[in-house]
Structures are given as structure tokens and as C-alpha cells.
Design a binder for this molecule. Sequence first.
Ligand code: RAM
Length: 385
Amino acid sequence: MKSWKKFLVLGTSVALAIGTLAGCGSKASSSGTASSNNLAGKHVFMFKSTGNTFGDLMYEGFQEVITAAGKEAVYKSPAETTVAAQVQLIDEMITQKVASLTISTNGDTGYNDVLAKAEKAGIKVVSVDSKLNPELRTTHIDPTSQEGIGSSLIQCATLIALGQEYPSDGNIAKAAETALATYSGKEIKFGVLSASIDTPVQNGWIAMMEKELQLPMYQGKVSPSLDKKYGNDDLTESTTQAQAFVAEGKVDVIISPTTVGMAAAGQTLKSSNSSIKLTGLGLPSEMQTFMPKEASDNSFDFVCPYMMLWDVIDLGRVSAGAVLGALDGSFDGKVGSKFSLKAFGEYPERTFEAIQHPADDGSLVYEGMPYVFHKGNMKTWISKL
Ligand code: RAM
């Protein structure tokens, strides 16, 4: 918990001080079919679906590292956020003899048969963002701990419900506890606008949000149950769900643990002039019209006073490092095994070590640290993420 707090504070100051990340270069082209191209020997990056900037940015980092190693990366994602659509693409890729697959999944079942085939064909598989079950992956790459993200989202939403600015020391846990201690109004209620009902990564974060709400400081003040709706990482469906939150008028703050949900809810709450506020995991470039950008702004004049995310491009870079290590045999994904990346983004050369995944019996690698985007640093990030 302590180091998480440090991450947030650090994240804020790093965001303000460094700002050396590459801007978004040319966007990857993604496709719903693998059969039209020759994929032999290529390194496939598969996101949950096409048309998601978060996936495009991850691919940008992935491609950079694969290309720097003298190899070829390719972006292949299905049009729909379903397991079946991903499985069909993977099957085609195996036939075409790809070298590796790095994937963010749409569910936690349904990949066994196709990935057994991949294993037989010698294809290395790493998951990133949304995990594969342990027996199907070399390792999984997460931005940072799910517990840290879940609890921080609840703390941010609590502060926002109570009209509090992001604290200048970054200690949202303490600020939320202090603000709740003197609160005696009606019970605060949070809504969650998620991706699909089956997505492992969002479900992991939601479970951690529910755990945080069990702490004594919330009892009788914030409802322990979250009002959950699912927009399937589709802008139209997410907008419909956000409109339902507005029509029902039951929640004080919507937490969206997906960039697609954030953008949809931002637009919906803004155009309906709703008093419901928003926080979650959003891309600064997509959220700029719903958030404050000047230190002199009143954050509460905006739909989303502050939100979180991590460096998505770095997440892609780290996943490429893992898959390259798996292929050359230097990284087997077992707890304690390591791979390195040459200087990238804001970092000098870094070594990553696989640790035990807290929620399954596979391994896990953490990319780095999350950031809180608020009126003091938003401007610096809009062109980067
Ligand atoms: C979305 C994706 C992804 C999630 C981010 C925050 O675009 O659903 O899984 O990690 O947002």
C-alpha cells in the first residue's frame, strides 16, 4: 500500500517534470482477418478489438521493440470484443506459422484448444492487459497491481463525490479517509461502466474495488455494492449504458475502468448536463473536453475532475520484451526469470522480473507506475497518450 501511494505521488511529479515520451506516431492498421497476409515468422499483437486507441498505443510500443530487434510485428484484432472472434483469428495465424502471439483477452475460457495447437507449433504466447489462464501463457504483463488500481479508483470516486480536489501530496487514501470521517450525508453510490461482462482485466479491478469498499471507513457512508453496467468496449453500447445511468439517477459517480467507457460516459454526462461525475481509467487525448486543463480551473465545473492511467505505450514495449525473451530462450516466464529492455520512453535500460501472480498460479510482470491526470498535469499528457 505504501509503495502504491509513492507511485501515485511520483507518477504525478514524473508526469510534470519529464514529459519525454514519444508522441503517437503512425497508427497501426488492424484487421479482422489473418488470411489475406503472409504472417510467417511475424510477431502478432492482438488486442480485444479494433478501433480502441488504448490497443493502438500498446501496439505502437510493441512494434517499436520488435522492430528494434530486427523482427516484424503485426497488429491483428477482431472487430468484436469476443473470445470466439479472437480464437478464429488465432487459428488462422497458426496455419500461417506466426512466431509469437501477444494478446489481451476477451474472456477467461475458450482459448485452450487453439492455444494447445499454438504450443505444438512452437508459437510463444504472452498475455498483456487482460490475462490468459496460467497454463496458456509464458507470463502476463500488467501495468501495476490490480489491488492498487481498484482501491485508488474507489478513493478517487469518494473524493469526487465529496467535492474534493486531487490532493497536492497525491495521498488519495488518506484524503478519502479524512473526508469521509466528517461526512454524515446520505449514502454515496457508485456505478461502474465496464467493458464486457467476461473481460478478465476489468473484472479483476472491479473485485478489488468491492474489496476496498469493505473497509470500515466506508461503512454507512458509501454503498458496498456497485451498480455495474457493461458497454462491451463499444462506443455506441457504452453510450447507451451511460444514458441508462443518467435516466435512472441512482449513482453519484460513475467509475469506468475502460478508456472506451470513459469517453462514452464523458460525452453522455456532458451533453445531458448531468450532476453525475466521472472517474476511471481514461486516455488524456480522449478525455480532454471533459476534464480541467489549467491549474486555475475549478475541477468540478467538468464532468471528470480527475482520472488515472499508466503509460500504455510502455505496456506494449514490455510485452514485446517478454515475448522476445521467451523466443530466444532467455526468459521462461517462471517466477524469478528476467528479461531486459534497452532504454525506452523515459527509462534507461531496465530489467523486468517475473513474480507470482496474486490471483492465479502463473507468473506476472509489472510494467511500472500509474499516473493520476488532473488539472495540474493534464496539458502535458494530451499529446502523449
Ligand atoms: C480499455 C481496455 C483495456 C483497459 C483500458 C484501461 O480500452 O478495455 O482493457 O485496460 O481501457
